[in-house]
Design a binder for this molecule. Sequence first.
Ligand code: AMP
Ligand code: MG
Length: 327
Amino acid sequence: MAMEILNGYDRKGIEKAVSLLRKGEVVAFPTETVYGLGADATNSYAVAKIFEIKKRPKFDPLIVHIGDMDDLFNLTEEIPNEAYSLAKRFWPGPLTMILKKKEKVPGIVTAGLPTVAVRMPSHPVALELIKTFGGPIAAPSANPFGYMSPTKALHVARFLHSKIELILDGGDTPYGIESTIVSFEDGKTYIHRHGAISMEELSEVINPVLERGSSGGKCVAPGELPYHYAPHRPLRIIDGVEEIGEHDSSYLAFTSPDFNPKSKYTKVLSPSGDMREAAANFFSYLIELDREDVKIIYAQRIPKHGLGKAMMERLEKASKKYTHITY
Ligand code: AMP
Ligand code: MG
């Protein structure tokens, strides 16, 4: 794939990036923290490409970058007053807030969580891109798994030159470190990740801001907060439809089964076995199959190549939770 680096301060660059985003492609762009690898946040297939390009062996929830408060209202609900106060002071800027997501935010963006991380960046190129595109852009840092976050267009080019079509160059990113992430619960504000906005700065607006895992009145043990979606029902990985023994069950098939499964509900991730399509459907199907009227979810083993690795990582984790159940 031929890659271009265009000046992000030029209209031509922005327009090219927007046309790629509209086609469901991925583009790299500067923010005030680090360079991001962005896709249309409402297009799960486009977002699956981000994970494919990053070669991350697991799915992490992505930060959704917005251009104005209308985007925020479109993506989230139940915005607490603390979030408004923080937005007023720090947006646009390197502060990310975790809020309850609206149904329409695709599962692959939030890794299945009911919350979404949102940030309004202050970098003029990022803002111009989001506003011209006219909608939210989901983006993690533009580095492959295991590498440092990129602070120059050239870093991105070195990392991803054969994998993406366009990098918008906005010079060196001013902060060079990730955004600060906060969340809200029962009127309290928690810090999830320290970053470009300091605890002291946050405390000028909200006091106190609690460390994640600290007991702010209610005891929250570290690791107890839900950073990762896991199904409520027990899950078992099987090789094929013939291993389904329980009728009160769901079946998450990778490809179309050879014959009708015995399970009550079945979803096929990708009839043709296309990893990108499967990944785009993965979380929404898993959530849909995690129903109260089933005793177990059977999941067909997915080949561990490309995005299959990240999907299997999730399935294996979920299957280890209830090893004592044997349907
Ligand atoms: P980044 O690596 O800068 O793109 O930041 C992404 C990080 O934000 C993830 O690795 C998570 O730690 C965090 N994050 C994003 N969305 C959520 C969420 N809904 N709940 C908790 N943490 C989140
Ligand atoms: Mg990152």
